[in-house]
Design a protein around this ligand. Structure first.
Ligand SMILES: Nc1nc2c(ncn2[C@@H]2O[C@H](COP(=O)(O)OP(=O)(O)OP(=O)(O)O)[C@@H](O)[C@H]2O)c(=O)[nH]1
Ligand SMILES: [Mg+2]
Length: 347
């Protein structure tokens, strides 16, 4: 059976709405990959069509060296709970991607400490931690070196969350043409790439069900997925509420003059108002004129267990907000399925 070179799915010319469709079976790409490659036009995101366990089982099947690809910018939503339990006795190398989205002024040593402390928090252990940026073009030599060091005659498999940059990294390592896109759920099946001495496998992305991206429609993904980031800084002198297009509302009770920095997709509008006005603004954004709707109910957390100073409020799949000292209380409204958490500041 012939497979699509871009996403790994078996090609078919019968059902136009099903994965793998191509009008001409002799084509090398399915229609979806063709469109993504040529027009960056998303036909459908398959982000919700995969079972994480099926993917992890496939990764676990043979004895291969595992490269676990983690989006540094969207770190906490990329965590796989119980990773070492799922992949018992496997050699796992963590590759943090999208280094370029973080400020260059932030040193690799600080980044390494951040990653190590988060892994400890989640109870995950890996053999090595590496960073790449610019689609793997920065740092790929280190990846090749670590593969050589740990491979021991085995093949190599890349796994991780949807949209983490797995296929981009492989394309750089192997000079291949796997389809990449800014939407999660691009790679649809195992893709084997011949590296002369070993085979390098790409896999479909995992997605946690507490990731905001699971609850938005395909057409809204390009605004939500963290990709082109601008830091938006707000000075706070009194209690203030922020809403982001009906996706989330964050209320800050201010103790002393301070600032907060939003790290989210630059297409998102951040609206600032007083706490007295917050409810009205939220109703307007999340119900009346909702630009971006999420599926399901909202929950309101009246008191987040905040840190003393310099912490991040992380909204899985959306980004994070850095908060310095001077904040008395944080209250948050968000989709009830989406994880909102506090961590020590990344930046
Ligand atoms: N800024 C930046 N963007 C990156 C980098 N690596 C990948 N990307 C972008 O991240 C998005 C996802 O990349 P892919 O390589 O398709 O991700 P994937 O992990 O294969 O995704 P799935 O196949 O859906 O699991 C694309 O928009 C890439 O351009 C990087 O190092 N820096
Ligand atoms: Mg991919």
């Amino acid at each position: 059976m012939k497979k699509c070179n871009g996403c790994g799915i078996v090609l078919q010319d019968q059902h136009q709405d099903d994965p793998g469709y191509t009008p001409k079976i002799e084509n090398d790409l399915c229609q979806r990959c063709f469109r993504l490659n040529n027009y960056n036009d998303l036909v459908k995101s398959y982000k919700n069509d995969f079972d994480n366990f099926d993917i992890l089982n496939a990764v676990n099947e043979n004895d291969r060296l595992i490269l676990w690809v983690v989006d540094l910018f969207d770190f906490d939503s990329n965590i796989i709970d119980g990773l070492n339990r799922h992949l018992l006795d496997k050699d796992i190398i963590l590759i943090g991607t999208k280094r370029d989205l973080l400020p260059a002024s932030m040193g690799n040593q600080k980044l390494l400490q951040f990653v190590q402390s988060r892994l400890k928090f989640y109870g995950i252990s890996v053999k090595e931690i590496l960073f790449t940026g610019n689609h793997g073009r920065d740092g790929f030599e280190n990846v090749l070196e670590v593969i050589d060091y740990y491979r021991n005659d085995r093949d190599v498999i890349i796994m991780g969350q949807a949209n983490a940059g797995k296929s981009s990294l492989i394309n750089t390592l192997a000079n291949s043409n796997i389809t990449i896109s800014k939407y999660p759920g691009t790679t649809l099946d195992l893709i084997a790439i011949d590296m002369d001495e070993y085979t390098l496998y790409d896999t479909p992305g995992l997605i946690r069900d507490d990731n905001l991206q699971v609850y938005v429609d395909d057409e809204d993904l390009k605004a939500v997925v963290p990709q082109k980031i601008v830091q938006k800084v707000f000075q706070l002198e009194r209690d203030t509420s922020f809403t982001i297009e009906g996706l989330i509302q964050i209320q800050f009770e201010v103790k002393s003059k301070t600032s907060v920095i939003f790290y989210v997709n630059d297409r998102l509008k951040i609206h600032r108002t007083s706490i007295a006005n917050a409810e009205k603004q939220w109703a307007r954004e999340s119900v009346d004129e909702a630009n971006i709707k999420t599926h399901g109910e909202h929950k309101f957390i009246k008191q987040m267990p905040i840190g003393k100073d310099n912490f991040d409020i992380v909204i899985n799949g959306l980004g994070f907000v850095n908060v310095k000292k001077g904040i008395k209380n944080v209250a948050i409204m968000s989709n009830e399925k989406v994880a909102v958490l506090i961590r020590k500041a990344l930046i």
